[in-house]
Design a protein around this ligand. Structure first.
Ligand SMILES: [Zn+2]
Length: 68
């Protein structure tokens, strides 16, 4: 699991503003561009090419709280 310190310095590579990412299960999510970056072997893959749409992540994990 990622620690809070690491999470705090990570930012979305796709957004110029580099907004902070939110941890959702196995993904780091950017709520600004709604991309989800996978975490593989505890290493976040912050590559735009590897990102998947947030909607797809939420569809795979129905137990997570839905966005308003
Ligand atoms: Zn973003």
């Amino acid at each position: 699991m990622l620690n809070a310190e690491l999470l705090a310095i990570l930012a979305c590579p796709a957004c110029e503003e580099r907004p902070p990412l939110e941890l959702r299960g196995e993904y780091l999510v950017c709520l600004q561009c709604r991309r989800a970056y996978p975490i593989r072997d505890d290493i976040p893959v912050l590559l735009v090419e590897e990102a998947i749409p947030l909607e797809q992540v939420e569809a795979r994990m129905p137990n997570l709280p839905a966005e308003p």
